[in-house]
Design a protein around this ligand. Structure first.
Ligand SMILES: O=C(O)COP(=O)(O)O
Ligand SMILES: [Mg+2]
Length: 226
């Protein structure tokens, strides 16, 4: 029988990218005459794609609602952030878990709200891009997470069938629920609410635990649940 497909979120799940996103944000804000924001502020803006991030940057800078500025800063941020990977790290155990899943034959995909260009740049930097059969970014489809369309597309591209979604945030939990896929919550990412506030099948804090969780997944119970 085919092994279940595993679909992963990116920021806050596979990679700790806040330092680079924070740096690029503050550089663009400074160029436009705004004061720097803290790392924790910017961390709270990640997970709904670049337009949302820029919207939050401008709101926090007291310049929300200016659509011309929003468009300019979005373009400036995208240009500056693309390929900015020097401060980004894989979370511990990610490389080992992904390599083991791939070697065992699990189909793997990414479903992130990060646009495809910086997604590809960071995956290439860590030399893990070839592990994924499918990569859906925030600009791959007209809709972004929490719309279920990107996750359903990733699932379909992997051939459908049994699949799990692994993510770190409220957005991911809602997306998985709307797509009808079991959600595995990585607790060390950029979630704002407590773990108990996010619908999830299981929570884990260390990628070294993930192969065991997947190997013992109670598929029959999933099928029986409403
Ligand atoms: O907000 C983003 O750009 C990406 O966030 P995600 O990888 O957690 O979907
Ligand atoms: Mg995330």
């Amino acid at each position: 029988m085919t092994l279940p497909a595993l679909i992963f979120d990116l920021d806050g799940t596979l990679i700790d990218s806040v330092p680079d996103i924070h740096a690029a944000s503050n550089e663009v804000l400074a160029e436009n005459g705004f004061a720097p924001l803290t790392l924790m502020q910017v961390r709270g803006f990640i997970g709904r794609g670049v337009p949302h991030l820029v919207h939050c940057l401008l709101e926090a800078s007291g310049a929300g609602g200016d659509e011309v500025l929003q468009a300019r800063i979005t373009a400036e941020f995208s240009a500056r952030y693309e390929g900015a990977v020097g401060l980004t790290a894989l979370f511990p155990g990610v490389r080992e878990a992904l390599t083991a899943f791939r070697a065992a034959g699990h189909p793997l995909a990414i479903c992130t709200n990060k646009p495809l260009a910086p997604t590809s740049a960071v995956l290439r930097h860590f030399e893990i891009e070839p592990l994924f059969a499918t990569i859906i970014g925030g600009d791959s489809l007209p809709a972004r997470k929490p719309d279920p369309a990107p996750l359903l597309k990733a699932h379909q591209m992997l051939g459908g069938g049994r699949a799990l979604y692994v993510g770190d945030s409220e957005v991911d939990a809602e997306t998985a629920q709307r797509a009808g896929l079991p959600f595995l919550l990585f607790t060390e990412g950029y979630r704002k609410a407590p773990v108990s506030a996010l619908p999830h099948a299981i929570a884990f804090s260390d990628f070294a635990m993930l192969p065991g969780i997947v190997a013992h997944w109670p598929w029959q119970a999933d099928l029986a649940s409403p």
